[in-house]
Ligand binder design. Structure first.
Ligand SMILES: Nc1ncnc2c1ncn2[C@@H]1O[C@H](COP(=O)(O)OP(=O)(O)OP(=O)(O)O)[C@@H](O)[C@H]1O
Length: 670
């Protein structure tokens, strides 16, 4: 079975020989180690041959891969890889039933194996692994780390309040502190860079971009009204990195799945050496917990300084997290303020308070922002759902589910551990898995090759689409409220797709908004991107939303003129898996999926249509006023037109009645 501890991330080169294959031409392969680990994908040109079974083809390649080896495994070296062709299953590709079966038998006996030599250097602690690779979690330099710290704490605070149905209230304070308050010797910027580089156990220095101004130390505090945390669980929640045993898939705001709070603890340990302080109280508990700890990075354990229960906090439930980290407000302050503003747009049911205090209170020394709650309407809490077979992107997932399942026979396993595999389809899949496998086969007796083949079948079979019931978009009315009140455009239209669509077995829903005018916007197109209700602040250019708004929407068709107007474009994509591109996970590549690009375009076009009809109504409203005023003037001049028994209409009354009638007829909105 898999352990929960990653051992290494390395680049390696390997030599591989395909001993058996019945395909030729360009193919995508999936590389899997013999312990079931998915290693990576490879696009390879196979030689043209009339006798495919005699292919002997050498692959030379360099790979960046991530390996999770068992803790108990004695030989931590990876020697053997299975190569699975993603495109062309030997059993699926043409031929009679008997020939397909023969090929299946061949697959079982001959095994399309690839041999390789992969030297591995092993590191033991998951916390150390994250410390070494902090850039993948957004902690690549002090400025970005300050932003990521705020982000992780705010998103945990929101999750916590929403999970108990409480309208969130989140207070964030960043106080710059005098280093001499915590350091004996004041460190120079150069020394600090040296220290941060040295902390990387492999000596891999993070490519530090030149930043505006020197970095400094900051106390970041985030207080919420969420569910709080159980007393005994707190040290592990903040001081031990574990790979979570995920059973299914869920819409979450965490981008890396690494545990943001833990990354914050590790960053504080690495950058200032100061512990993290947690105060928490749960609903209906008559005490609060105060816990001070730091992470022992090399042992991956919490090092507890204080862990006590305190009284007198009966009227509060929630958490307050305090951490002292190295950061750079000069370089990233504007990004942090932008994050808070966009968070207020996409979370209009929350109340946010933000305060920054510099060590020297000059005119930029204090920044305060307050975003009041704009609606009491809260989206539903996203629910975890079982995997759709097309969303199973590694053998590892099937193996984990086999390890956890109560459904021991294969037929039950397929039907109950996944969505959208009905009984008949499960039986058909089992029939394809070769003569040794039946509905009654115990899942824990499946060989690795059989599991690899099950995975292969999942990737090459058409299943019904998963439902989007597990997703929780914000909703078009709340989205409109957020945009209108926080960013104050002149006009805004929003649209949330009525049903989910599917990308690689994961359901997704797009919601969009388009606004016009407003003093906070620049001329042209202003883009705001969100994924699972979290703002995306970097790498905008290659994003599907940017490309769609810039190139695919014919704005003039809706009488919106890019060169003259201030256009706001807002897109929130919610999914059980956001197909991010790039290591920073800050954008969804435009080339990634036509389905997503089309869904974004459709939603934006709906908003443009709404704006167009809003604009027509606005014009109509103007002409109605003009017409009514003209009529009233005539009647004032010629009172005889009112008739002997009717009362004399004033100009105002006439305009009011006219507008009322037009409103009833749907010609104008206001
Ligand atoms: N403000 C908070 N209120 C209540 N519980 C919290 C709070 N912050 C963290 N936690 C608890 O600590 C756990 C660990 O947090 P952490 O950010 O490390 O992981 P995560 O939130 O589960 O993952 P990710 O950040 O990748 O989404 C959370 O799952 C949650 O149970």
């Amino acid at each position: 079975m898999f352990s929960l501890s990653p051992k290494s991330i390395r680049e390696t080169s390997f030599k591989a020989v395909i001993l058996w294959a019945d395909v030729k031409g360009p193919r995508d392969f999936e590389l899997v180690s013999f312990d079931g680990t998915w290693i990576g994908s490879l696009h390879q040109q196979l030689p043209e041959t009339k006798h495919p079974s005699s292919i002997s083809h050498v692959i030379n390649s360099t790979f960046r891969y991530q390996i999770f080896l068992s803790e108990t495994k004695t030989a931590p070296s990876l020697k053997t890889l299975i190569l699975t062709d993603q495109k062309n299953s030997p059993m699926e590709s043409g031929g009679s039933e008997t020939s397909r079966k023969r090929k299946a038998d061949d697959l079982n006996q001959k095994s399309p194996l690839v041999l390789s030599e992969c030297p591995l250097v092993v590191s033991d602690s998951l916390a150390e692994f994250f410390a070494e690779n902090k850039n993948i979690a957004g902690f690549d330099n002090p400025g970005k780390s300050l932003l990521s710290t705020v982000r992780e704490l705010v998103e945990n605070a929101l999750d916590s309040a929403e999970s108990i149905g409480e309208l969130p209230r989140v207070e964030v304070t960043i106080e710059e502190i005098n280093r001499s308050m915590i350091d004996d010797d004041v460190e120079t910027v150069k020394d600090s860079e040296k220290r941060l580089g040295k902390n990387s156990a492999l000596g891999k220095k993070t490519a530090a971009k030149p930043m505006k101004g020197p970095s400094s130390y900051y106390r970041v505090t985030c207080k919420d009204n969420g569910k709080g945390m159980p007393h005994d669980a707190i040290p592990d929640m903040f001081g031990r990195v574990l790979l979570r045993k995920k059973y299914g898939v869920k819409q979450t705001c965490g981008k890396f799945g690494l545990g943001g709070a833990k990354m914050v603890s590790i960053w504080s340990k690495m950058s200032t050496g100061e512990p993290i302080e947690i105060c928490s109280s749960m609903k209906n508990e008559n005490y609060a917990t105060r816990c001070i700890l730091d992470v022992d990075i090399y042992r991956n354990t919490p090092h507890i300084h204080l862990h006590e229960k305190i009284g007198g906090m009966e009227n509060w439930h929630g958490a307050e997290i305090k951490v002292i980290i190295e950061g750079n407000w000069t370089a990233y302050g504007s990004k942090i303020l932008e994050y808070m503003r966009q968070m207020a747009v996409i979370t209009p049911y929350a109340e946010f308070k933000f305060r920054f205090v510099a060590v020297t209170p000059d005119e930029n020394g204090v920044v305060e922002k307050s975003y009041p709650r704009l609606t009491e309407e809260m989206p539903t809490v996203p629910v975890e759902t079982k995997y759709h077979p097309s969303a199973v992107d590694s053998l590892h997932i099937i193996q984990r589910l086999i390890g956890q399942t109560k459904n021991q026979n294969l037929l039950e396993f397929l039907q109950h551990e996944f969505v959208n595999i009905p009984n008949e389809q499960a039986q058909r899949l089992i029939a394809k898995m070769g003569p040794d496998v039946t509905s009654e086969t115990q899942v824990n007796s499946l060989t690795l090759l059989q599991i690899a083949y099950m995975h292969h079948l999942f990737q090459h079979t058409k299943f019904d689409d998963p439902s989007g019931n597990c997703l929780a978009p914000l909703g078009d009315e709340s989205f409109c409220e957020g945009i209108y009140k926080v960013l104050q455009p002149k006009m805004v239209a929003t649209y949330t797709a009525k049903s989910a669509q599917v990308y690689q077995g994961h359901p997704f829903i797009v919601e969009a908004g388009v606004s016009l005018g407003g003093k906070y916007f620049k001329q042209g197109i202003n883009i705001f991107r969100f994924a699972n209700r979290v703002p995306l602040l970097f790498e905008q250019d290659a994003d599907v939303v940017t490309t769609t708004a810039m190139k695919r929407i014919k704005w003039e068709r809706y009488k919106i003129f890019k060169k003259q107007e201030k256009i706001g474009v807002y897109v929130n994509i919610v999914s059980t898996k956001i197909p991010f591109k790039g290591s920073g996970m800050e954008y969804i590549g435009d080339d990634i999926s036509k389905i997503i690009a089309k869904a974004v375009k459709t939603c934006l076009e709906d908003c443009c249509n709404q704006l167009r009809s809003l604009d027509l109504k606005r014009n109509m409203s103007f002409y109605i006023d003009q017409a009514a005023t003209a009529c009233a003037s005539i009647m004032e001049i010629r009172p005889d037109l009112n008739g002997p028994d009717t009362k004399v209409w004033t100009k105002e009354q006439l305009v009011r009645d006219f507008r009322e009638d037009c409103k009833k007829a749907g010609l104008i909105t206001d």
